[in-house]
Each structure stands twice: as structure tokens, then as C-alpha cells.
Design a protein around this ligand. Structure first.
Ligand code: UDP
Ligand code: MG
Length: 139
């Protein structure tokens, strides 16, 4: 499986705060190229399907509400070793633990409203990209 692509969403809090452009600039500055991008809004059901792996976690219900509360920007990104490099760029899930200069340190509000998603494996990147984009939209 190729390891040069990952999937991201700029989450509702960052979109609402007007940080979409600044976050995309940080992503491009770090050497990622946009492969596909889409502004959209998830239904609660779609958010639940996307985060199905977390269905048993105590935060799942709130997460689904939050992720369907406003627009998101979904994108597929390309760079060598994309998944790992992108997780480093966004920082820890909880912004309190995120390293200085990371996107979550700069823009996240809380462990839930943490500005951005990044796939955690190559297989997740593929599944998550396919969740939002048809093959015609991925070139
Ligand atoms: N989340 C939350 N509470 C938690 C852990 C996670 O609300 O205690 C939310 C947060 O928005 C996170 C998402 O659920 O980004 C998915 O959790 P995961 O553990 O996969 O974190 P990530 O991979 O996004 O860093
Ligand atoms: Mg995750």
C-alpha cells in the first residue's frame, strides 16, 4: 500500500473561527500537496459512520454532535510518509499535550473541538478518503 497519502478534516470549531485558511497554509508550508478538497457538512449519522471505530467510547455521542454541528473541510493530502508526518504536524489529541507550533496547539479549543483530523494509518487514510471522495475526485 502506498504511504504517501493521508486524509484530513478541518473541524467545525476551526471553520467557525475562520482558521481554515491559516490551517491550509500551515499544511502547505509543511510540504503537503492537496489531492482532493471539499467543503461539506456531515449529518449526525454520517459523523457516526465516520467515527464508527469509537462507537463504544464515552465521548462518541458528543463527538457525533460536534462533528455535525457545522461545516468541515475534507481533504486528501500527499507527501512522503504522509500519515506519520501529518500526525506530527497536527499534534496530540488534547491541545494541552500538543507540542508548540503544532496545528492543535495553535488552533484547538479542547480535546473534543481540536481543530483538525488526521488519519492514524495508511489503511485508515484510504478508507477515510473514500468516505468523502469518489475515485474521479482522487487523481
Ligand atoms: N475525542 C474526544 N474526547 C476524547 C478523545 C477524543 O472528544 O477523550 C474526540 C476528538 O475530537 C478526537 C476524536 O474524538 O480528535 C477522535 O479521537 P482519537 O482518539 O481518534 O483522536 P485523534 O486521532 O483525532 O487524535
Ligand atoms: Mg484518530
Amino acid at each position: 500500500m502506498p504511504n504517501n497519502r493521508t486524509f484530513t478534516m478541518i473541524k467545525p470549531d476551526a471553520f467557525e473561527d475562520g482558521n481554515t485558511g491559516a490551517i491550509l497554509a500551515a499544511i502547505e508550508k509543511a510540504g503537503f500537496k492537496l489531492v482532493s478538497a471539499k467543503l461539506t457538512k456531515l449529518t449526525k449519522k454520517q459523523a457516526g459512520d465516520f467515527y464508527a471505530a469509537h462507537a463504544q467510547r464515552p465521548f462518541y455521542e458528543d463527538l457525533c454532535k460536534y462533528m455535525s454541528s457545522g461545516p468541515i473541510l475534507a481533504a486528501i493530502l500527499e507527501k512522503q510518509n504522509a500519515v506519520e508526518e501529518f500526525r506530527n504536524l497536527i499534534g496530540a489529541t488534547d491541545p494541552k499535550n500538543a507540542a508548540e507550533g503544532t496545528i492543535r496547539k495553535r488552533f484547538a479549543k479542547s480535546i473534543e473541538a481540536n481543530a483538525i483530523h488526521g488519519s492514524d494509518s495508511d489503511s485508515a487514510a484510504l478508507t477515510e478518503g473514500n468516505f468523502f471522495f469518489s475515485s474521479l475526485e482522487q487523481f
